[in-house]
Write a protein that binds this ligand. Structure first.
Ligand code: PEP
Ligand code: MG
Length: 540
């Protein structure tokens, strides 16, 4: 038996035969062309066919994995029309008198290398996309078929890397798991894999000679066992059954209310980091989005995202959630989330430094751009907004004044917006102690236990040496939560928890007894928390 280690992108257990997928990267020959105009036309036609294929894939993905995840094929269609890309290819055909296949393949390689060399992880991930669209056009020019799997037996698919278009084309009934040498957790492929419910590992160093061998993929611990011993097979057969039974039982909770045995209902929302996470929130039956960490839009970008870019992102999330609540947290840049173009000074104590609302209140033009985008998007769904790292009533009043300016500007421009609930994060001890006064200013509180623990216990949440001291169950934290709930309720504010502690099922009963109104957790934790809520009796 051989054990290969990698990183899990999606859990689950698969047992079956390995199929090593080799991309059809047959060499593209350079050929001299006389009639370059005809060759450019041939390229243009292939490009159009590629777009038609991508449109078909978009429609397939739309049904299978939802609009947000299907969007990558829309993006691929746009990439095919990118002026720089198209010009590079046509110039190469015209100036060098070469065949379209060679010009497309070479340009694809050049652009892909350029993206791969960038510092930004998001841009790096685009290298695979440009390679993917170029391979598609080359295949069309070569008159090759567009397929990923053949054969009837379901297999564990091993590949160097899988492009998003390849992942979505996988016939799920034929794939037990997929395992790649490369790829990143943030890539679209990884996101699609999670959404498609296929156990998946990345970063697995495998040899080609494993092709056809029997294996087990453990998507929980990130291992592939090639030619496992009988004992290991037995062990995994029963683990697989257990996992399937657990999943099946949890799936039965789909559509069920988040209600305790004694009839207390609470809201169970999802935390997301970007537009792409909406699919998984919906698949896990989130009643809403309780925390949209909007700073990821800034982290993914090389420059300040424009109002329009942000508006489109927020609008897409609001529309996809179809009337369910979407709470956008305004940008929480600083501390561990650094962005070059903000030009923030190096600080000795960044967690206690110039971050989050402190940046927004001192650079209101950045804040207003985001608020305009959020309010404009609110017209298309049920949007709420919340502000991070609040320590005083004065800050909230300043925010309200800025929000009023933004609304007045939108009114003057005739731009519509909806009713936006406004809340604050309670993640500093000062906000806890001022919660009675703060509750008069806002519609809701969302307790950020990750930072509240770090600031209350004076323990840097980024320091692994302090992991054993970082105790979110500390009585000080639990008393603070109770205090915030009581003070919020006195003023008619609803109170939720969006920090990681909200998903801690050992505390669900405690939170319910405290009177919590909402828990916002990562999508995969919704069913386990719902399960806990439904088996709790708060009168006992
Ligand atoms: C928190 O601090 O608990 C929180 C939800 O915000 P973040 O983890 O993004 O700081
Ligand atoms: Mg926080």
């Amino acid at each position: 038996m051989q054990e290969l280690k990698g990183k899990s992108v999606f859990g689950g257990i698969a047992i079956g035969r390995i199929s090593v997928y080799n991309k059809d990267e047959s060499t593209v020959k350079r050929v001299k062309i006389e009639d370059t105009a005809a060759e450019v036309k041939r390229f243009e036609e292939a490009k159009e066919t590629a777009k038609e294929q991508l449109q078909a894939l978009y429609e397939k993905a739309l049904v299978e994995v939802g609009e947000v995840n299907a969007m990558i094929f829309d993006v691929h269609q746009m990439m095919l029309d990118d002026l720089d890309y198209v010009e590079a290819i046509t110039h190469m055909i015209e100036n060098q008198g070469i065949n379209a296949e060679y010009a497309v393949a070479t340009t694809g390689d050049n652009f892909s290398n350029m993206f791969a060399a960038m510092d930004d992880d998001y841009m790096k991930a685009r290298a695979a996309d440009v390679k993917d669209i170029s391979n598609r056009v080359v295949k069309i020019l070569q008159g090759k078929k567009d397929s990923v799997l053949d054969g009837d037996e379901p297999v564990i698919l091993l590949a160097d890397d899988l492009a998003p278009s390849e992942t979505v084309q996988l016939d799920k009934s034929k794939v037990l798991a997929f395992v790649t040498r490369h790829g990143s957790t943030n890539s679209h492929t990884a996101i699609l894999a999670r959404t498609m419910n296929i156990p998946a590992l990345i970063g697995v160093k495998f040899e080609e000679n494993v092709d056809g061998r029997f294996a087990i993929v453990d998507g929980y611990n990130g291992s592939v066992y090639v030619e496992p011993t009988d004992d290991v097979v037995k062990e995994y057969e029963s683990k697989k059954q257990e996992a399937e039974e657990k999943k099946r039982l949890l799936q039965e909770l789909k559509g069920k209310e988040n209600i305790t045995l004694d009839g207390k209902k609470i809201k169970l929302y999802a935390n997301i980091g970007g537009v792409a996470d909406v699919a998984s929130a919906l698949q896990n039956d989130a009643e809403g989005i309780g925390l949209f960490r909007s700073e990821f839009l800034y982290l993914e970008s090389n420059t300040f995202p424009t109002e329009e870019e942000q508006f489109q992102a927020y609008k897409t999330v609001a529309e996809n959630m179809a009337g369910k609540k979407v709470i956008i947290r305004t940008l929480d840049i600083g501390a561990d989330k650094q962005v070059d173009y903000f030009n923030l000074d190096k600080e000795d104590n960044p967690a206690m430094g110039y971050r989050a609302i402190r940046i927004c209140l001192t650079q209101p033009e950045i804040f207003k751009t985001q608020l305009r985008a959020i309010f404009r998007a609110s017209y298309y769904g049920n949007i709420g907004v919340m502000y991070p790292m609040i320590i005083s009533v004065a800050e909230v009043q300043k925010i309200h004044a800025i929000v009023d300016e933004v609304k007045a500007e939108l009114d003057a421009q005739g731009l519509p917006y909806g009713d936006v609930e406004q809340g604050i994060m309670i993640e500093t001890p000062a906000a806890v102690m001022m919660s009675a006064e703060l509750a008069k200013e806002v519609d809701f509180f969302s307790i950020g236990t990750n930072d509240l623990t770090q600031y209350t216990l004076a323990i840097d949440r980024q320091n692994p040496k302090l992991d054993d001291f970082y105790d979110s169950h500390h009585p000080a934290i639990l008393r603070m939560i109770q205090m915030v709930i009581d003070n919020g309720h006195k003023e008619g504010c609803w109170v939720g928890i969006c920090g990681e502690l909200g998903a801690d099922t050992t505390l669900t009963e405690t939170f319910l007894k405290m009177g919590i109104d909402e828990l916002s957790v990562s999508p995969s934790m919704i069913f386990p928390v719902r399960d806990k809520i439904r088996s709790t009796d708060t009168t006992k």
